[in-house]
Design a protein around this ligand. Sequence first.
Ligand SMILES: Cc1cc2nc3c(=O)[nH]c(=O)nc-3n(C[C@H](O)[C@H](O)[C@H](O)COP(=O)(O)O)c2cc1C
Length: 507
Amino acid sequence: MTFNTFDTLQGSVRINLEKLSKVVNSGIPLTAFFFGILGYSFSFYFHFITVTFIYLTVLNFIYLHVQKRHALLSNYGIVAQMRYMIESIGPELRQYLFSSDTEEKPFSRVERNEVYRKSKGIDSSSAFGSQLLFNENEIKLRHSMFPQSKESLEAFSLCIGEERGLENSYTLKHPLIISAMSYGALGKNAIRALARGAKKAGILMNTGEGGFPKYHLMEDCDLVFQIGTAKFGVRNEDGTLSETKLAEIASFSQVKVIEIKFSQGAKPGKGGLLPKEKITKEISELRGVPMGEDIVSPSYHPECTTPQATVQFIKKVQDISKLPVGIKLCLGLEHEFLTLIQTMKALDIFPDYISIDGAEGGTGAAPKTFMDDLGLPIYKALPKVQNMLIKEGVRDRLKLMCAGKMINSGRQFMALSMGADAIYSARGFLLAIGCIQALQCNKNTCPTGITTHDNHLQAGLDIEDKANRVQNYIQSLDREYIELIAALGKKSLHELNDENLFLEGVY
Ligand SMILES: Cc1cc2nc3c(=O)[nH]c(=O)nc-3n(C[C@H](O)[C@H](O)[C@H](O)COP(=O)(O)O)c2cc1C
């Protein structure tokens, strides 16, 4: 029988597992016997090898004749174990040896390197030409024949809450915001590095749904406090909103904006998930949940079961916090979203922004099918939302934000051209602080110390160094923004619109 795991591309080198296992299965006890004789006849030290092979003989016997769970082990014994070993290091082999620069998912090496270089402040020019495959379905930015002079460009400024004439409105000075990632999904050093970096770069940071933002507050950056469906940090015993706790959190001078999370691109229709491996005593206390069990947040807010109730809930949070209040969701059924907008219009109550999370967005942990098969990707969702808001005549009542792999200026400009006023990025900033895409965010084993609470792993994450990387990333993006705005023939980011986009049959 031929076993295909080790096929080369041409199929010319093949390992016959049947024969190999026969040789190994009889070879192991024979080797033990052979070294036993050597140990007996020549030197006692040969028995070290004898013992090792006796151990392997017993192990092989168990694989072949005792255990019943793995058919491969039952059929081939210890040789099949090699398959499991190679499979377990497959991601590393592919990442370091076999995948091409543009192949890896969710971010290719080319994409990640661009963020790494920016965050290290290294020149990010490349040679010879794009490594992307150009095809007609790709979205591209349209440049102008008459670029603007860089000196004439205007600075970015976006006031959240101005539509309501809010006294505590908040003015963004940069279009990029660190997207929601909770303390729990991230370790404390990562949170502090991002928060310190946000402070240095002068950008806003979202706390995620992790409860009281202890580590964010330490670094004194401007914050969006997120209320997730489990309402960690602002919850009554019965799971409803605690007005007192919300008022208390909103009173921190660092908390500038409140965000109500309805759904997330990577797991729409499902609440947050924090695997039990990542729940420390401190996290269980901050969130008010027991240790030893996965934390699974409800899939919806108990207060928000109809469009009317949802809009009233937004108003309640606005009234209690006295801050700008945004909502976050991934677009699913369009008629429901339209009804929500129409209800806002009818009640004359609007959130200060809507953030649309694309289905391609990241997460600390989620079921695969939710990540792969649910929700609209951002470039499909954003134009729909923008059009609905315009059609209903309410586009000027709120700001529109978005997220979904917005790690480079090109993608960010596309989103801004589709109608977004500002951009959220989560994984862009994780890459900036050294994430190597090990895909272990749900296991507490993140090798770069970012999505783990293991003290040993976290010790490698130097807060000050990584904060500087966040700042470098923003500064490098800023330099690129200036070049791009000028090339598109515009004077500011606010002027970008769909005339700057090209997509066959759409723009
Ligand atoms: C490690 C990690 C933790 C996250 N935690 C939250 C969270 O607490 N609340 C939330 O609304 N979204 C959370 N998200 C989703 C992001 O805020 C954002 O919506 C999504 O990642 C956008 O995609 P991007 O990573 O491509 O920027 C998390 C994402 C990651 C990668």
